[in-house]
Write a protein that binds this ligand. Structure first.
Ligand code: ADE
Length: 249
């Protein structure tokens, strides 16, 4: 029989974890400087270790590292929260699961090609295919079964991370041109993916579109995040309630 699933969940802001904590039992927390890590149980056989990291790549990488060392039996590291749309077909509430992530502000040219992470000698990082298949199947089923009402249809694609809130159509156009197929932009996912890759840990990045990464992005983001607070748990629950489909540990 497979051992209990243990997922490490990170979000940048409290609103991106939403009410998740209130759904957990046997809650314990530990403090590392200004970072609080919560450990709890959702249902028999599912344990979560959860924290909000703060914005940006450094905070995200630091939280990921702490989270992984706080619970050595974590099976999967999941970063979740909101993102700006880079694909014009996406609108608010659409769900994007990364099948690839890139750090759009990594540039060590001429020593390495643009976007290449010297530590891994790769530009784009891809989640483990069996975990990705699990999450995309779980989300598609949840959508079909009406559990994700109000959310758009989930899709997969490339998500770009950088230490910049994108609120300018020209900046976004330049990123789209440099990164064909780009779906969404955010500020943490690829940093967490890098830590996970270097630690040999499966990872996923799951985002919900909050804004169009254009001139109205800051306003849309601010309005959206208030509403998202109440809904963040739905997405996580869609995954957790389908652990029977998860890769064997
Ligand atoms: N997260 C949500 N919206 C974003 C944007 N427009 N740029 C970067 N990160 C974001």
């Amino acid at each position: 029989m497979a051992r209990a699933l243990h997922i490490g969940v990170l979000g940048a802001m409290p609103e991106e974890i939403g009410s998740d904590l209130s759904h957990l039992q046997l809650l314990e927390s530990e403090q590392h400087g200004d970072l609080t890590i919560h450990h709890g149980t959702w249902a028999e056989g599912i344990r979560l270790s959860l924290a909000w990291s703060g914005w940006g790549k450094v905070s995200a990488a630091r939280a990921a590292t702490r989270l992984l060392s706080s619970a050595p039996d974590i099976d999967l590291l999941l970063f979740t929260g909101v993102a700006g749309a880079a694909d014009p077909a996406l609108t608010q509430w659409d769900v994007v699961l990364a099948d690839a992530v890139v750090q759009h502000d990594m540039d060590s040219r001429p020593l390495f090609p643009r976007f290449t992470l010297p530590a891994l000698n790769r530009a784009q990082l891809n989640p483990d295919t069996s975990w990705l298949r699990w999450a995309s199947t779980a989300l598609a089923q949840a959508a079909q079964e009406g559990e994700l009402d109000g959310f758009g249809l989930p899709s997969t694609g490339l998500i770009a991370t950088g230490d910049r809130f994108i609120g300018d159509a020209d900046v976004l156009d330049a990123l789209r041109e440099a990164l064909p197929g780009l779906k969404a932009v955010e500020m943490e996912g690829a940093a967490v993916a890098q830590v996970a890759e270097q630690e040999g840990m499966p990872w996923l990045v799951l985002r919900v579109i909050s804004d169009g990464a254009d001139a109205s992005a800051a306003q849309s983001f601010g309005d959206f995040i208030q509403m998202y607070d109440h809904r963040a748990w739905c997405l996580l629950q869609a995954l957790l309630s389908r652990v029977e489909l998860a890769p064997k540990r």
